[in-house]
Design a protein. Structure first.
Length: 524
């Protein structure tokens, strides 16, 4: 993001065009390079451990009290840290209510993380899906599950300590580099692995470069799951349980256990096999660290905060709270030992939301990716448009131009520096980079979707011509309805900025702007 940027061969385009690259000359399926055109027949299994409405209501009460106690005017002693041990006397009753509500009786209706209701023992459901669609949706579900998951898939600066038994005669040294999570879709009996983020097809996971060996310790200050050194296998286990909990819709069709499927490729017949997800890790040592972009007007460590709050924050309930709890073995845990975990989860929710809403100061280059994730998680359709869709544009006094239509999220920050001069900067939330000039389509330009080169319909199928203004309104209204924080940012939010710890705070404005850009097709 802002500040130091790492230049390595890791894509930061989370939703690229669906192109599959076969790295193996062996074709175990009849057309491995045509996986994107393969149709899968999936069977949905019953969802287990739904979150009941009673549990959600009890959690809201618990988080509300923790949030109230965290306010500067609450009377909480400034020298007393807000730990579960210190907070439990004030929230013990509410924590017990959450614990009791988490025990869902058989047949009781609950709520999944995607907002749908379900009952245990539901009938199986069959779904037809292309591999391309499953990969695209699987990537979004994974990224939307948590901010940490998005950062790990894109790659984070980290330190890795290799297993001691690999270098018995040498001192084990920590290596600095980039740690990247590879979420793979695996096909059996074939050993294919598809990287959901890069869309690359590998003959087996052994073909992945820079794989992290079991027993390696990793640490990254950018990710909560590994702020302290943690074994890579343990990290995978934590993340796997997290994904199962926070992305239940995806997990019911494809999870980390092999599930029987049937698939149909062009010019072939139905075949049987299994699919499953896997988590692997790549570590790219000694990355080439770039300096701050020359277009950056604000220092990368600029801190931002707000002086007031006119809207009550949305405390990111959903499954963000429940994914931190071992609900799969709740009955095997002493209840009194479980209470501190409930309080710790509530503390995390409040602290995360306070940073997002700028109730607490945060560094600008940490705030930017959090805003991007907050928008990205609201809608799968938004994620597709951020990656780009095939479209044609007719501008005033122009002609039809075909290309890739992309939604651009710009964070505009206006403030004054120490000398009183006006400082205005635009940041592309998708790349995290400051930009000087954008090239938005004219509001009156006409848009219409087109068939992609593989003749499949795009998700954003604009059957009838529509203006840029109309399409942006169709995008903005659901965003405003889904998240009060985004709505506030779209309208412009007063903030305060501090360029370093020794500088005074200066008033400013932060505003989110939506634009549409078209990258024309280059004719040979």
């Amino acid at each position: 993001m802002l500040g130091q940027r790492v230049r390595i061969e890791v894509t930061h385009q989370f939703f690229p065009d669906m192109e599959m690259h076969d790295r193996s000359e062996q074709a175990q399926l009849e057309n491995p390079s045509g996986l994107a055109e393969t149709i899968l027949k999936l069977t949905r299994v019953a969802v287990q451990q739904p979150v009941s409405e009673r549990a959600l209501a009890a959690t809201e009460r618990l988080i509300a009290i923790v949030a109230q106690l965290s306010q500067p005017d609450s009377g909480w002693p400034s020298d007393l840290p807000m730990t579960p041990e210190n907070l439990m006397p004030y929230v013990l009753e509410e924590a017990w209510e959450v614990l009791e509500a988490l025990v869902v009786q058989p047949g009781e209706q609950g709520t999944r993380g995607d907002g749908e209701t379900t009952r245990r023992g539901a009938d199986s459901e069959v779904l037809l899906s292309s591999v391309a669609e499953l990969i695209s949706r699987g990537l979004w579900w994974t990224i939307a599950s948590s901010y940490d998951a998005m950062r790990l898939i894109g790659g984070v600066e980290a330190v890795a300590i290799p297993p001691a038994n690999q270098t018995p005669d040498l001192a084990v040294e920590a290596n600095s580099g980039i740690l990247r999570l590879v979420v793979g879709l695996n096909f059996a009996p074939h050993s294919w692995l598809v990287d959901l983020a890069t869309q690359e097809v590998f003959h087996s996971k052994k073909d992945l470069s820079f794989l992290v060996a079991p027993g390696t310790l990793v640490q990254s200050p950018q990710v909560e799951l590994c702020r302290e050194p943690i074994d890579i296998t343990t990290l995978s286990q934590h993340l796997q349980q997290h994904l199962i909990t926070t992305a239940p819709t995806f997990a019911t069709f494809c999870n980390f256990q092999p599930q029987k499927v049937e698939w149909l490729q062009p010019h072939s017949t139905w075949q049987q096999g299994e699919i499953f997800l896997s988590l692997d890790w790549q570590f790219f040592p000694q990355p080439d660290i770039a300096t701050t972009p020359e277009t950056a007007l604000l220092p990368p460590q600029t801190r931002v905060k707000t002086g007031y709050l006119s809207v009550q924050p949305d405390w990111l309930l959903s499954t963000t709270f429940f994914d931190k709890l071992p609900r799969h073995n709740l009955n095997q845990i002493e209840k009194r030992d479980f209470i501190p975990q409930l309080v710790a989860a509530a503390i995390h929710i409040v602290a995360t939301t306070e940073r997002l809403w700028l109730i607490r100061p945060i560094v600008l280059n940490q705030w930017v990716p959090q805003i991007f994730w907050q928008i990205l998680r609201t809608s799968y359709d938004i994620s597709i448009l951020l990656g780009g869709v095939a479209a044609a544009v007719l501008s005033p006094a122009g002609e039809w131009v075909a290309g890739t239509l992309r939604l651009v999220l710009l964070l505009q920050i206006s403030s004054r520096d120490v000398a009183g001069a006006v400082v205005e900067q635009q940041i592309d939330l998708f790349t995290g980079s400051p930009i000087v000039h954008s090239h938005p389509l004219a509001p009156s330009a006409i848009l219409q979707s087109r068939l992609a080169e593989n003749h499949t319909e795009t998700l954003w199928q604009i059957a009838n011509p529509v203006t840029v203004t109309e399409l942006l309104a169709q995008i903005q209204h659901p965003l405003e309805a889904a998240d009060p924080f985004i709505k506030m940012l779209l309208n412009g939010r007063p903030i305060e900025l501090q360029q370093d710890n020794y500088s005074p705070w200066f008033p400013g404005i932060a505003k989110l702007r939506l634009e549409l850009e078209l990258t024309p097709i280059l004719m040979p």
